[in-house]
Design a protein around this ligand. Sequence first.
Ligand code: LLP
Length: 460
Amino acid sequence: MLTERAFAVTIHPMQRESAPVRQAAPAGVSDFPEGVSRGPDGVLCFSGVRLTELAERYGTPLLVLSEDVARAAALRFIDAFRRAFGPRASVSYAAKALALPAFFRALADLDLSFDVVSAGEAAAARFAGIAPERLRLHGNNKPDAELRMAAAGGVGQVVIDNPEELERWIAMPRPAEPPVLLRVAPGLSPDTHEYISTGGRGGKFGFDGPSGEALRGLLRAYAAGVRVAGLHAHLGSQIEDVSIYAASLSYLYDLRRHFHERTGVWLEELNIGGGPAYRYTEERALDAEAWAAEVARAEREAAAGQPPARIGIEPGRAIAAPAGLTVYTVGDAHRVPGFTPVVAVDGGMGDNIRPALYHARYGAARVEGEGPVEVCHIVGRYCESGDVLITNARLPRLRRGDRLAVFGTGAYTFPMSMRYNGVPRPAVVLVRGGEHACVCERETEEDLLRGQRLAPWQVP
Ligand code: LLP
């Protein structure tokens, strides 16, 4: 006979979590993220647009993007690096963070180029009116077709990731001969989640630096007549400490010197990649000014005797994350005595996989105003125990029908969204100084079934 004692009583990990309870709901207006404020009626606004109005008009879950915040964030990097390096600064937006045409367009008139990692992202950029010369094609194991597109002038620069890719590049006709950067793994690992650390040795990205593979790659490319413009090292993402970029730049200047010793050629560009951290909750944001200053300092030491190179950076998250928030509608709340209440919203891991994948933390606030605070876990609607958006959130006691805004969701949420459990992907709205427009429609069940059919033998 089954009795209670036949089983060990287990507690869901979400309930075991002992992390300090943080203030997920900002206490005062001044604590809200950039662009977020409370209107006179207590309703939360983003770029001057009331979120209740957006929720009613477009439904939830809803990703709201602020053009104003995105541009301000991009300008911080552009201004800081221009001040430090003048015309030698080359700032790109890493579009994998959010590659919607409307987002490209929001940044299009700034002094930026754009990293894309597939023909699909390149197409979104072109759709937004970005000229191919402003695109840089990245990625490991690029399909031949994408390399051919690049070789024909579909992008302005290509990052070659590894020796085998280099051989494929050398072997193909390259009518436009776009300039190439060689991606190097210098063996530097930042203090970040292991899934988003990319500069270490033996990983999936880049020519290995310390073994000499990178220098051999450079020499091979040069001898084969490839137009080698420089070197690239992206160390990882959500990096809080600027000093690792100094180490990386020194490494790249060294490699450049070795290449010059062998060929007499100075490479034009050294690109230190992206990765500056965004402050989701308690992290330290990597300040653009501090980043530029540290890289300039490192350059003064590392570049001794070399003509200065063009210095490239390519932040993604730090531009897109602050520009987005997600509005959800609260559904069932479950309160078991002795446990932290569990409050479900109408989205979750389908529209934001980051908490489940990287234990990412987010701040949130009730859209309709403050109230007496309760600590609760915000969970999603997906059939997974790990579908938890925020643990130990301090929020006004939430009731069915309330709206919840989760902040900082502009980067790596929508592009990583999925249709698990047959839930269509959310809509995206762009806001700007009080205006709003839907820039990506909510998917429908019809969209989910697009291209699906029964096999001929299943049809009666
Ligand atoms: N450049 C290269 C070559 C990259 O691979 C990346 C990001 C970036 C620039 C931009 O890094 P960011 O500034 O955004 O940190 N899905 C993960 C992040 C993956 C990052 C992939 N590469 C997340 O949600 O945290």
